[in-house]
Each structure stands twice: as structure tokens, then as C-alpha cells.
Design a protein around this ligand. Structure first.
Ligand code: F3S
Length: 401
């Protein structure tokens, strides 16, 4: 790669060991992808987690004196104080989480601890060059907002946040942003869970491709788009997609394919979504807990859950969790939603997610969730996947019928 004088100084360690480690990683990635140079970024999102690999890298940078040069938000970890007395979290794992959170603080990151920072704490604008990791964040930023990011890892995103730059390759180059597969949607998309199933199906079909979806006639909601992003980038590796007319970068199918023909054409009917839904189930009947908020629930979703739980009680044998951001919980508390959920016997928890070791107490339990991504982590024995209404009904009855 051609490096500027300042980048050379970073690489030589003249701006500190932490910055040197960060740029070494970016140069290695750039060389692997034949990037000609680095380009400045305006913000980053590091998919942090309370786990060893993440701890190693963030401590390597911060102990070397690195500080984020651009706003860099953080993904869920977990607040051990909150879980104290609720679950037994092994002390060595709790210590890893504590050190991760401390290290991100010292490196100057935005301590959002949320996987949807693009809604509140760290919002790119159209055309910005950024480095965002996290399943829903990468495709949302590229497709819904129209900023450009590659599918970063936690480490490469943090390194980019520290250096303030990223190698120019992949989705930072216009011709790499062209659609590859035409998806004709004939299925009825009633609600956000249908977008979840659509994302799950499309991700499996296109893998690393860039799907262009047609046949969607109603503007998808924010939550529907988040679900499509998270699931298509979990069952597959969809970093970008188009719904011409509703996503920002191409107004027509031809524009989305940049004049080329699609490499493949796929039709999605109700039957495909039904089959996708059935394939997700590994259990039925009695459930032990419900886990919502993967990705972190928005205020609207917390409000929907609260409305469904008004004047009701969750079954004594079921734990009920909603994961969200601290920002959303603050508003939800202010608006009475948290009290409604807690009065019904549920919990609204911030800064964490199913991917964290704090949930290991559920490893022998049957869970229910509205998120195939949550199910994918298999932190529990078996899982039922269904929409929010079904999750709440099952929580109240103690079983999914
Ligand atoms: Fe977010 Fe964790 Fe799910 S990062 S998408 S809540 S696995």
C-alpha cells in the first residue's frame, strides 16, 4: 500500500505502540485485499464482547497509549453488578468482561454497549466513510443510510477508530457495491418477524452476495430493516442490499446492478418463509425463558412488548428478558414501559446480549425468541423461534402451543 508520511510514522511506532499495533493490522488487511491506500473515516463501531479475543486486542492498543481518533462506539458486553445474585457468572469470565469495559473506556470509545448504535449514539450520514462491525450495523449503514463500510471485525473496526483510517477496498469502491442476485419477493410481509424470516432465507441463498429485492410495495419500518440486516448477515454474510425505492443508493433495479445482469434470480414465496421458520425450531411446548432484543430492541419494540403485557403476569416458571441500549431503557422507563414489563414479571436489561457468558445459566433450558440470530448462539439447550406476540403469549402460559 502507498502510505502517507503520517501513516509511515504510525507504522514506525513514532505515535505510540498502541497506534502502531492498530495500523499494522490495517496495513495487513489492506495488503491482503490489494488496497492501494488508506482513506479517512469519520466514525467506527467495534463489535466488542466480554470475551478473551476482544480483551487481548483492546488491551494491546490501550496499554500502548492508543486513543480513538474518531467516534467509536461499542457492542454489548455485560454489567456484572446487574447479574450479581441473579445468575452465577464464573469469576474468571466476569473479570474478562470487566477488563474489556475498562479498556474500551481508556481507549476513548463511546461506551454505548449496544449493537444498534446507528440509531442513537453513533449515526453516520449519507456518503460518510466509516468502519462498522456487527451483523445488523454493516448492512444497515451501507444500505439504509448510504454510508460506506466493509464488513469489519471488532478488531479491525477498533483499529480504524484509533488510526482514523481504513484501507480502501471492498465496499468503499463503487463498482464493488453493485447488486449480484435479484430476489423477487412474492411472500406477504406482514410484520417485522416476516422480515426476520426473509433475512434468514436471503442470507442462506446469497452468502456473500449483494441482493436486490423487488416486489416490496410498502416502505419497511426501521425495525423491519434492522431485522432483515441482522438475519441476512448471520445466516449469510450480506454486507449490503438494495430495495430500490426504499433504500437510498439506487432508485431502480438497473442502477442497483450498475447496468449488469444479475448472476442469479431467486423467488421468495410464503412457502419459503414457512419452511425457513420451521427449520429454526428445535423445541415446542414448555419453555423456561423468553429472550427478546437481538438486535437490541428499539423504543417502539419495547413499547409493543409493554402493551402486550399490560395487566398480565408472566408464568412463574418463565424468565422474560428484553435486551436494549441504555439510551432506549432510559426513555422506556420515563414512558412507563419498563414498569409495565417489570410489573408483569419481566426484565429490561441494558449493555448485554445473548452472546455473552452471563447467560450460561440457561445452557440446559428451553428458550423462546423472535430472533434466529439469538437462537444461532445456542446458549441454551433448545429453542422456539416466533414473533413477539407469540413470545409474550408463551411467556404468560409457560408454553408455546
Ligand atoms: Fe446484538 Fe448480541 Fe444479538 S450483539 S444482534 S443482541 S447477538
Amino acid at each position: 500500500m502507498n502510505l502517507t508520511r503520517e501513516e509511515e510514522r504510525m507504522l514506525n511506532g513514532e505515535l505510540g505502540q498502541g497506534t502502531q499495533s492498530a495500523i499494522e493490522l490495517l496495513v495487513a488487511i489492506g495488503d491482503a485485499y490489494d488496497a492501494e491506500k488508506m482513506i479517512p473515516i469519520t466514525r467506527a463501531h467495534a463489535a466488542s464482547s466480554g470475551q478473551e479475543g476482544d480483551l487481548y486486542f483492546v488491551e494491546l492498543l490501550e496499554k500502548g497509549g492508543a486513543k480513538c481518533r474518531v467516534p467509536t462506539s461499542t457492542n454489548p458486553v455485560y454489567d456484572i453488578e446487574f447479574f450479581h445474585g441473579l445468575f452465577e457468572v464464573p469469576s474468571d469470565e466476569a473479570e474478562v468482561a470487566r477488563r474489556v469495559m475498562e479498556a474500551y473506556k481508556r481507549v476513548g470509545a463511546i461506551l454505548s454497549w449496544s449493537c444498534v448504535p446507528y440509531l442513537t449514539e453513533n449515526i453516520p450520514l449519507f456518503g460518510e466513510t466509516v468502519a462498522f462491525s456487527e451483523s445488523s450495523a454493516t448492512p444497515y449503514v451501507n444500505s439504509v443510510i448510504g454510508a460506506t463500510t466493509n464488513r469489519e471485525a471488532a478488531q479491525s473496526a477498533l483499529a480504524a477508530g484509533v488510526v482514523g483510517k481504513t484501507p480502501k477496498y471492498g465496499l468503499h469502491i463503487k463498482e464493488n457495491r453493485k447488486g449480484t442476485v435479484l430476489i423477487k419477493v412474492e411472500a406477504t410481509l406482514k410484520d417485522s418477524f416476516d422480515y426476520t424470516l426473509l433475512g434468514e432465507f436471503v442470507g442462506k441463498q446469497v452468502g456473500f452476495g449483494i441482493p436486490v429485492l423487488t416486489g416490496i410495495t410498502r416502505r419497511p419500518s426501521t425495525e423491519e430493516l434492522i431485522n432483515f440486516c441482522a438475519m441476512s448477515n448471520t445466516s449469510g454474510a450480506v454486507s449490503m442490499f438494495y430495495i430500490p425505492g426504499f433504500t437510498v443508493e439506487a432508485q431502480t433495479v438497473e442502477e442497483a446492478f450498475q447496468g449488469d445482469d444479475p448472476k442469479d434470480k431467486i423467488v421468495v414465496t410464503d412457502a419459503e418463509l414457512e419452511r425457513t421458520w420451521k427449520e429454526l425450531q428445535t423445541a415446542g411446548g414448555k419453555i423456561d425463558f423468553v429472550m427478546l432484543g437481538c438486535p437490541h430492541y428499539t423504543l417502539k419494540q419495547v413499547a409493543e412488548a409493554a402493551k402486550l403485557l399490560e395487566r398480565r403476569k408472566i408464568h412463574s416458571g418463565v424468565s422474560f428478558w428484553i435486551c436494549t441500549s441504555a439510551t432506549t431503557k432510559t426513555l422506556a422507563k420515563r414512558m412507563g414501559y419498563v414498569d409495565t414489563i417489570e410489573n408483569a414479571g419481566g426484565n429490561v436489561v441494558v449493555d448485554t446480549c445473548i452472546d455473552e457468558p452471563c447467560w450460561s445459566a440457561y445452557r440446559d433450558k428451553v428458550g423462546m425468541t423472535d430472533s434466529p440470530k439469538c437462537a444461532y448462539y445456542r446458549r441454551f439447550k433448545d429453542v422456539v423461534v416466533a414473533g413477539l406476540v407469540d413470545c409474550v403469549e408463551a411467556a404468560v402460559k409457560g408454553k408455546y402451543e
